[in-house]
Design a protein around this ligand. Sequence first.
Ligand SMILES: Cc1cc2nc3c(=O)[nH]c(=O)nc-3n(C[C@H](O)[C@H](O)[C@H](O)COP(=O)(O)OP(=O)(O)OC[C@H]3O[C@@H](n4cnc5c(N)ncnc54)[C@H](O)[C@@H]3O)c2cc1C
Length: 213
Amino acid sequence: MTKIIREIRLLTQNTFVIRFDRDDIQFAAGQHLIVGPGGHLNQREYSIYSSEKSDYLEILVKEVLSGNVSPQLKNSRPGDLLEVNGPFGSFRLESYGMLTRKYMFIATGTGISPFHSFVTSYPGIDYTILHGIRDINEAYERETYDPDRYIPCVSRGTNNVYNGRVTDFLPRYNDEPEMQYYICGNNNMIYEVCRILRDKGVPADRIFTEVYF
Ligand SMILES: Cc1cc2nc3c(=O)[nH]c(=O)nc-3n(C[C@H](O)[C@H](O)[C@H](O)COP(=O)(O)OP(=O)(O)OC[C@H]3O[C@@H](n4cnc5c(N)ncnc54)[C@H](O)[C@@H]3O)c2cc1C
């Protein structure tokens, strides 16, 4: 499907949100689209950043400097066309028990995108977000989240926030009965988080993962 870009928000020098027409695309928060610049063959997967309730779609993209698609998306402008397919994927919240369960969302970088969609689609859920970032300016649109529920884990020293990786923070966090863990980002982090959770005795059926690269 071809879509028209309506807005681009630059969040850091290399990370941005692209908003485009939703039309009749139905999705569940957590799913992803396959997106490429109009007129180009290359396309990549991007989690949907926007809410199920919004009448537009948004994706949060980090430019990978030597990449094929993300630099072209960064050079896009409102009015340009996008090629969009989907939605795809099963990284989503079960509706059964959603409002009584506790969730831990663990992300690195733009891996926070599906969690932004969860939180804006289902504002009543009981969540904590651990967001692994290099610098505090990568706490993308953090005002969206309840400040008591959003924990930036910043690897480059900054005052007043936790300095360290999500994998440093997680071992001190007490698992709660029935808490579900959703993990999204790069493969190394996901592997390490799963190991920590396994050591804590969290069963595999409470762990859900989405690997970006
Ligand atoms: C299910 C799924 C959902 C995804 N959702 C998002 C999303 O919401 N936002 C987003 O920015 N990306 C997301 N990605 C990654 C995205 O699909 C692309 O891989 C990324 O944009 C790079 O594409 P490219 O064509 O620019 O680089 P390519 O030419 O494909 O690759 C260049 C190299 O960069 C590596 N790479 C890919 N992503 C990153 C990264 N973030 N940081 C460092 N190195 C990287 C690749 O492994 C590859 O070796 C998702 C991937 C998957 C599988």
